[in-house]
Design a protein around this ligand. Structure first.
Ligand SMILES: [Zn+2]
Length: 75
């Protein structure tokens, strides 16, 4: 029985060729390249989402004093 050779592929991060498909970090050659690629992706999504600003919390600070949540509802 001839052993089936693992096809060599190119690492998306560093373009190194090797049998990466057989490794747990596939399609990357190493954990380092996998993390680098994930970091790029995460940075892109962070630029899309709006950062939290103080204005977003202001409405919660301006609850009127006469609002009493413990007051029973009048029927
Ligand atoms: Zn790599």
């Amino acid at each position: 029985m001839a052993a089936v050779p693992t096809p060599h592929t190119r690492c998306p991060t560093c373009s190194e060729r090797g049998p990466w498909l057989g490794s747990p970090t596939a399609p990357f050659c190493s954990d380092r390249c996998k993390l680098i690629d994930f970091g790029r992706w995460a940075n892109q999504s962070y630029t899309i989402s709006e950062p939290l600003r103080p204005e977003h919390f202001r409405e919660y600070e301006e609850i009127p004093d006469d609002l009493d949540p413990d007051e029973p509802e009048s029927i």
